[in-house]
Design a protein around this ligand. Sequence first.
Ligand code: TYC
Length: 103
Amino acid sequence: NADDDTESGLMTKTRAKTKRPPRYKVLLLNDDYTPMEFVVHVLERFFGLNHAQAFEIMLTVHKKGLAVVGVFSHEIAETKVGQVMDFARRHQHPLQCTMEKEE
Ligand code: TYC
């Protein structure tokens, strides 16, 4: 905090903005080839969802084209995206996972 003396002679209160770190949405994208069970497994394994939650999100992606799987710090979001993309590629599925800044 500081008080600014301006040429007008008025005092203006200023305050350093305390800003929280940006959050990132991790998105899962639909495709025509990745098996539903594989997507459910990915959601359980990398996002700590139970089977019912994983199945529900998988179905949302399947029907709507994409869904937010979780919201994380930049570093965690990047790690999750990398884990999903690696795992899908190793199993030769075209599943796509991306991240996007919130707001
Ligand atoms: N559309 C796929 C199918 O019919 C299933 C699927 C769901 C694929 C979610 C990707 O992110 C995805 N087998």
